[in-house]
Design a protein. Structure first.
Length: 313
C-alpha cells in the first residue's frame, strides 16, 4: 500500500514538471527499485510530448543536430527533453562523457531536461529500459522528447518502434551510393537529414535520397529529405517544421499508434523473457560447459534455460 502511494505521489510530481521527481522516477525504473512497477502501471494516456528519434552512423552529427533543435525549440518557447543513449563498449559497460559535456550549455535552462543513459551492453544498442524511461518522461509536461541513438545493430529499428517520428541523419561521407544504405533504413526513416551540407558531396547524396524516396513512395507521401549544416544551425527551422508537419499528419493515423504500441509490447515481452539472463554469467556457464568433451550448443542452451526457470535466474 505504501509503495502504491509513493508511486502515485511521484507520478503526480512528474506531471507537475518536477525534474527532481522525473530523475527519481527514471532511476526507480533503471535500477528496478521498489515501486517502479506501480509507477509504470499508473502511467495514463495524458502524454502530450512527442518522441522524436534521431539515428544515424557515428559522426553524422546527431548530437549537433539535437543541440541545434534544442536551440530552435527553446527559442520558440517549447519544453524539450533529451535522452542520449550513448554508445558504450560491451567491454567497459560505461557511457561516454562527450555528449554530456557538449550539452552543458542547456543544463541550466528550465525548459530543457537532459538525461544520458548507458546502453549497458544490451543486444540492440538502446538502453534495455528505454521504453519505460521514455514513457515516464512522456508524463512530464514536455512538447518534445529527443532521443539520440547511434545507428548500429538493432538500435535504429528499436528507435523506430519507440518514436512518433524517426529521423535518419546521413552525411556525404556515407558515400553517394545510397544503395549501400543498410536494408530497412528506408522503412524506419520518417525524415532523412543530409547533414554536413557544407561539404561538396552533400548534393549528390541529397539527390539520390530524393530519387529513392520518390521511387518508393508510390501513392503515399514521399519521405522528406532535409539538408542541414548542424554546426551553423542551418536548415534547422525547416527540419523542425517538417517534424511538426509529420507529427500532425501522423496523429490522424490510428494504425501508426497501433503499430507503435504493438512494437513496444513486443520488445517488453522480449525483455521480460530475457530477465535474469546475464551475458557475463552466461559466458561463465559456456566456459564451464566447454570443458566437457561432448559440448553441444543446443543441449547446453536448453539446459541453461531450464535451470533459469527452475531457480529464477
Ligand atoms: N562540417 C560540418 N561538421 C559537422 C556538422 N555537423 C556536425 N559536424 C561535426 O561532426 C562531428 C561529429 O558530430 P556529432 O554531433 O558528435 O555526431 P554524432 O556522433 O552523430 O552525434 C563533430 O566534430 C561536429 O562538429 C556540419 O553540418 N558540418
Ligand atoms: Mg552523439
Amino acid at each position: 500500500m505504501k509503495e502504491l502511494d509513493r508511486a502515485t505521489q511521484l507520478l503526480e510530481d512528474i506531471k507537475q514538471g518536477s525534474y527532481r521527481a522525473l530523475a527519481q522516477g527514471i532511476s526507480w525504473v533503471e535500477n528496478n527499485l521498489t515501486g517502479y512497477e506501480e509507477l509504470l502501471m499508473r502511467l495514463d494516456g495524458n502524454q502530450n510530448a512527442k518522441v522524436v528519434g534521431i539515428t544515424g552512423p557515428p559522426g553524422a552529427g546527431k548530437s549537433t543536430l539535437v543541440n541545434s533543435l534544442l536551440h530552435y525549440w527553446t527559442s520558440t518557447g517549447k519544453k524539450v527533453a533529451v535522452i542520449a543513449v550513448d554508445p558504450s563498449s560491451p567491454f567497459n559497460y560505461g557511457a561516454l562523457l562527450g555528449d554530456r559535456i557538449r550539452m552543458s550549455e542547456f543544463y541550466t535552462n528550465p525548459n530543457v531536461y537532459i538525461r544520458s543513459l548507458a546502453t549497458r551492453g544490451s543486444l540492440g544498442g538502446l538502453n534495455p529500459k528505454i521504453i519505460e524511461i521514455t514513457d515516464i518522461v512522456r508524463s512530464a509536461p514536455f512538447d518534445y522528447i529527443l532521443i539520440e541513438t547511434v545507428g548500429v545493430g538493432q538500435s535504429e529499428v528499436e528507435i523506430a518502434g519507440l518514436a512518433d517520428c524517426t529521423i535518419v541523419a546521413l552525411v556525404p561521407e556515407a558515400g553517394d551510393e545510397v544503395q549501400t544504405l543498410k536494408a530497412g533504413i528506408m522503412e524506419i526513416a520518417d525524415i532523412f537529414v543530409v547533414n554536413k551540407a557544407d561539404r561538396e558531396a552533400a548534393d549528390t547524396l541529397y539527390r539520390n535520397l530524393r530519387i529513392m524516396a520518390h521511387e518508393r513512395a508510390g501513392a503515399k507521401t514521399e519521405t522528406p529529405v532535409i539538408k542541414t549544416i548542424a554546426t551553423q544551425k542551418q536548415g534547422i527551422e525547416e527540419l523542425a517544421s517538417t517534424i511538426q508537419t509529420f507529427l500532425d499528419t501522423q496523429n490522424e493515423l490510428p494504425e501508426k499508434r497501433l503499430h507503435l504500441l504493438t512494437e513496444k509490447s513486443w520488445l517488453l515481452i522480449q525483455q521480460y523473457k530475457m530477465q535474469g539472463i546475464d551475458r557475463r554469467l552466461l559466458a561463465n556457464a559456456v566456459k564451464d560447459a566447454l570443458t566437457l568433451p561432448d559440448f553441444n550448443l543446443y543441449s547446453f542452451t536448453n539446459s541453461y534455460i531450464h535451470k533459469l526457470e527452475q531457480y529464477g535466474g
